[in-house]
Write a protein that binds this ligand. Structure first.
Ligand code: IVH
Length: 677
């Protein structure tokens, strides 16, 4: 079978990586595991090396991280914060030494340090004369966010260095990793669930998020930790000559240093010691995603240099394949989501994977169960790649072992017994009944959740309690004080007067959410936050939207015909009409505030961005334009207002010139976007 052309594959990888970067850095919601990201990244790097003509200035291979957000002051690192290359097995590690040895033969005999690779958020701590002055996130590697106030709340970080004799350089940046201990993370989630807040999904992203809180009190309450492992002191002399000594020195100065580091004389020993470190990683109270191997003497660092300003040659991350375990599949159960999607999951004989006990795992969808022929009673391979939820990979079939019968996907909803629907071109199967109790439960949980109406104190447990007590049947009932009142809440278990009143207040406050939030909260199929905002801005009121035909909705830029049909279909349904009418009677806000209707300086204007801009990433530039009321498109047409051009702009610049479309630079864009409308 012939694969895609290198150009098509490179484009595909770029899209995948950009999307993953956005999900990781901007949304704090990773979509793929680190290992998958690393693999895709490397495949793209290789393609670009083999086919230099495929390189583009905006390729993710040129980036280290994401651009800093606006709300914190920017901080430029004295020395860029690099990332690390990966080695997934012994051969790749040997190849790394081989490459280094060709540049600097001494590396083979110089010795290596091995350090646990902490999976958290990278920070840089600046010390002047031994005093902590500035702390910053990595940001794009060159420039991060100044989160000094938040870092000061981490008790681990010495505000003044220890030790007499002033062994430290006048100015230095200490690099380390901020993380959540596993035990603290579990405790925090218990606290959050009690308070009716959604639990955090994974420690690394929550650590990054906790560091970027505008209120340092929130950061403090999270009780983050840090391990330090690296120092940059440009122009100042360090009295230390090796990484191994540095780790010791950092400890003496008062920094926490991960205790399991080792010094080995050569790569042969490294292989052995790495294996023993790998074995202890799951037992540690912090997330670790590999072992960092570093050339020990600093004297060789300058000569080894960096790869493309991105990764040093003197260090590499040895990563391990995600752990796979075999266990028995006891049962296949189905959860009905708020859109009605039937999500199959496996109930397993409990098995320990990467230090946690796994007893359920997703089976994704029925098509996959069928394709892999997974049957109840099978021995199955299960994995938990990084923070990604456990999943069943497939059955382990042994000759001569009798298996159960093939799994038959349900014809009827397991909760309400309605006949299921299978939309064409979709792998998911749906329960069509909007009043299905399974759907109702999930949709109310969604309605109240943080990104939606944000009703504090109304988590899954309380939704269940309200449904079980028949205080509510739909989201509208929440606002109906004849049903949900102080009196009725106090009859339920787990409600004291104070928490009941707080819940009522939170419900009342949510009435004021703008139309776009309400639209998202209603859980209309295909309507995510972005689309809800587009609809809210375009129509302004619920009435206008409810009256609109699919064709009209489809005319909004960025809304395809299938989505338009789904939205119009929602409002055509008599049950939904009834629900909206009731919400209106219960005084929910049904309008989008004028300010959010983006009366901006770039209203109605259309921009194309090309090349690398000096300070903004494309994503940030696009956000800026959209925030000011403009639009960004990919291709130049007569409708284009102007083309924003950065370094290495390609054919688009030519095309703009040919069509006589104005060409502007970043500075001009900023001037226009910030102008008063
Ligand atoms: S050395 C120039 N050592 O991993 C490289 N990094 O993927 C300096 N990390 O940005 C980093 N534990 O935030 C180094 N023992 C360790 C580490 C470590 C975790 C992080 C670090 C770095 C990232 C690279």
């Amino acid at each position: 079978m012939k694969g895609p052309s290198p150009a098509a594959r490179a484009a595909e990888l770029r899209r995948l990586l950009e999307r993953a970067n956005h999900a990781y850095y901007v949304l704090d919601k990773p979509e793929i595991s680190d290992a998958e990201y690393d693999r895709a990244f490397r495949e793209l790097q290789d393609l670009e090396t083999q086919h230099p003509e495929l390189r583009t200035p905006d390729s993710p291979t040129h980036r280290i991280g994401a651009e800093p957000a606006d709300k914190f002051r920017k901080h430029r690192h004295l020395v860029p914060m690099l990332s690390l290359g990966n080695a997934f097995n012994e051969t790749e590690l040997a190849e790394w030494e081989e490459r280094n040895g060709r540049l600097v033969p001494e590396v083979r005999k110089a010795g290596y340090t091995l350090e646990v690779k902490i999976d958290g958020a990278a920070v840089s701590l600046t010390y002047r004369d031994g005093v902590f002055t500035v702390g910053a996130t990595r940001g794009n590697g060159i420039e991060g966010e100044d989160v000094t106030a938040n870092l000061r709340t981490i008790d681990d970080i010495p505000l003044r260095l220890k030790g007499r004799g002033k062994t430290w350089p006048k100015l230095m940046e200490v690099r380390g990793e901020v993380y959540f201990s596993k035990s603290r993370f579990a405790e925090l989630n218990r606290e959050r669930e009690k308070a009716g807040e959604p639990p955090f999904a994974n420690p690394r992203n929550s650590a990054a998020g906790s560091l970027r809180q505008l209120d340092s009190k929130v950061t403090r309450s999270r009780r983050l930790r840090i391990f330090c492992f690296h120092v940059e002191a440009p122009g100042h002399t360090l009295s230390i000559a090796t990484q191994h000594e540095l780790l010791e020195q950092l400890g003496e100065w008062g920094f926490p240093v991960e205790p399991n580091h080792k010094l080995v004389p050569d790569l042969g020993q490294a292989h052995q010691q790495i294996a023993s470190l790998e074995a202890i990683l799951p037992t540690l109270d912090y997330g670790a995603d590999g072992v960092v191997v570093k050339v020990n003497p600093f004297a060789l660092y300058t000569e080894l240099g960096t790869v493309g300003n991105r990764e040093p040659r003197w260090a590499i991350a040895r990563k391990f394949a995600p752990e796979v375990r075999v266990t028995k599949l006891k049962e296949i159960r189905i959860n009905v989501g708020r859109t009605g999607a039937l999500n199959p999951y496996a109930v397993l004989e409990p098995v320990e994977i990467g230090g946690v006990t796994v007893s359920t795992a997703t089976l994704h969808n029925f098509q996959l169960i069928e394709a892999k022929d997974i049957r109840v009673g099978d021995w199955v391979e299960v994995t938990r790649a990084g923070e990604v939820i456990p999943q069943v990979l497939g059955p382990v079939i042994k000759k001569g072992v009798r298996r159960g019968s093939r799994y038959a996907p349900p014809e009827r909803c397991p909760v309400c017994n309605s006949k299921v629907e299978r939309p064409q071109d979709e792998v998911m199967v749906y329960c069509p009944n909007v009043s299905c109790p399974g759907r109702v439960f999930e949709s109310i949980v969604h309605f109240a959740s943080r990104g939606a109406m944000d009703i504090r104190g109304l988590g899954p447990e309380r939704v269940k309690a309200l449904l079980d007590a028949k205080l509510i049947e739909t989201v509208a009932d929440l606002y109906d004080r004849k049903r949900v009142s102080l009196m009725s809440l106090l009859t339920l278990e787990g409600f004291a007067e104070k928490s009941a009143q707080q819940l009522l207040d939170a419900i009342d406050a949510s009435r004021e959410q703008p139309l776009s939030t309400l639209l998202f909260a209603l859980g209309i199929r295909h309507v995510g936050v972005q689309l809800a905002r587009l609809l809210g801005r375009h129509f302004g009121t619920m009435r206008a939207l409810a009256k609109a035909k699919a064709e009209e909705i489809g005319k909004i830029r960025g809304v395809g015909p299938a989505i338009a049909e789904a939205v119009a279909g929602f409002f055509a349904d008599p049950q939904n009409q009834k629900l909206i009418k009731r919400l209106e009677e219960l005084h929910l806000n049904m309008t989008e505030p004028a300010a959010a209707q983006t009366q901006g300086p770039l209203d109605g204007q259309v921009y194309v961005i090309t090349g690398t801009l000096p300070s903004l990433s494309r994503a940030r530039a696009a956000e800026l334009i959209e925030g000011a009321g403009g639009h960004v498109t990919d291709s130049i047409s007569k409708k284009t207002t102007a083309v924003v051009v950065g370094a290495d702009a390609g054919s688009k610049l030519e095309k703009a010139k040919a069509l006589g479309i104005p060409v502007i630079d970043e500075a001009e864009l900023l001037r226009r976007a910030r102008a008063k409308p």
